[in-house]
Write a protein that binds this ligand. Structure first.
Ligand SMILES: [Zn+2]
Ligand SMILES: [Zn+2]
Length: 351
């Protein structure tokens, strides 16, 4: 198989700073599209993976990036869904087995086939080659794993929807956030700020639960109806038994039982972040109110398109800080220090 060389920013080894390099992209297959990447968001997972903090080695040099927005530059001979010039995005995976029950049901993120869902980076594709992500000028992807970005969303602010947006949209849709429902979003970071915007647009009554009131003005601007500091024990007394749904976007250790006590009967607490250590749940926190503790992982292709269309209709996008590629390492430090409102996005023309 022949390849084309394209510019990218890669971590040459675990924990090494990212630097400019070139990587191969495969030639267009019949169902492939070539995307001229315009913008790539920086997700916390990029940092974990580039620093090999999630174990299992990794394919270095490693190009992170799974919040990709760009324009179709070429199409394979059998491509039917996209044409040159279309605005498209790519999220957290670029392929899956397509045959298992979950793939057939459109929840490819939970693919149980041998191939599994193929990560946009740090995975091995059908062709046996390591996948490389969006901190790059171009990407070749099967048209079935690309998404259409509505005209009403600027491409730079659309990029974070491909991971942060769908990660919160999927549980909000699954547990039916909407009119008459009280939803709490724990943490107001990259995921949390999208959670507030989307839950509000779905018609739910939205409360932000954040460590402090530091970002309260932003939270209310994003559509929250209420904003409470979790550092204040009075918050947990005042809100006991309140919520139908709590979306936890925080990866740090939290006192889950305190949050479970905020659910009303039949309420659900959904875990999106992955702390390193196991979490502790007191059984009575669940039993006492027929409550559920659940997890959720990104979303399938069909649901991701639904999310993009929903965001297009409601004029929702991420609040971003646009950076040039030479500032990626600095941005990583700032993400780790929670010093970003609310997502860094790389202008890939600077790579
Ligand atoms: Zn991500
Ligand atoms: Zn599958």
């Amino acid at each position: 198989m022949t390849h084309t060389s394209v510019a990218a920013y890669a971590a040459p080894a675990p924990k090494a700073p990212l630097e400019r390099t070139t990587i191969p992209r495969r030639e267009l297959g019949a169902h492939d599209i070539l995307i001229d990447i315009k913008f790539a968001g920086i997700c916390h997972s990029d940092i974990h993976t580039a620093r090999a903090e999630w174990g299992e080695g990794g394919h270095f040099p490693l190009v992170p990036g799974h919040e990709i927005a760009g324009v179709v530059a070429a199409t394979g001979s059998a491509v039917s869904r996209y044409a040159v010039g279309d605005r498209v995005g790519v999220g957290c995976f670029v392929d899956s087995c397509r045959e298992c029950d979950n793939c057939r049901a459109g929840i490819e993120q939970y693919c149980t086939g041998e191939l599994g869902n193929v990560g946009t980076y740090n995975a091995v594709g059908r062709d046996g080659e390591p996948t490389q992500g969006g901190y790059s000028t171009h990407l070749v992807v099967d048209e079935n794993y690309a998404l259409r970005i509505p005209e009403s969303i600027p491409l730079d602010a659309a990029a974070p929807l491909l991971c942060a947006g769908i990660t919160v949209y999927s549980p909000l849709a699954h547990w039916q956030a909407g009119p008459g429902k009280k939803v709490a979003v724990v943490g107001l970071g990259g995921l949390g700020h999208m959670g507030v915007k989307i839950a509000h647009a779905m018609g739910a009554e939205v409360t932000v639960l954040s460590q402090s009131l530091r970002k309260k003005d932003d939270g209310l601007r994003f559509g929250a109806d209420a904003y409470h500091a979790t550092s204040d024990p009075a918050t947990f007394e005042a809100l006991a038994g309140t919520f139908d749904l709590i979306i936890n976007t925080v990866s740090a250790d939290l006192d889950l039982n305190a949050y479970l006590s905020l659910l009303r009967t039949d309420g659900t607490l959904v875990q999106l972040g992955a702390p390193e250590k196991p979490l502790t749940v007191a059984p009575f926190a669940l039993i006492g109110g027929r409550r559920s503790f659940a997890g959720s992982l990104i979303g399938g292709i069909r649901e991701t398109q639904e999310m993009l269309d929903f965001c297009g209709e409601h004029s929702i996008a991420a609040d971003i800080e646009l950076i040039s590629a030479d500032r990626i390492n600095e941005a990583y430090e700032r993400v780790l220090a929670s010093d970003v409102r609310y997502r860094f996005v790389i202008d890939t023309s600077t790579i």
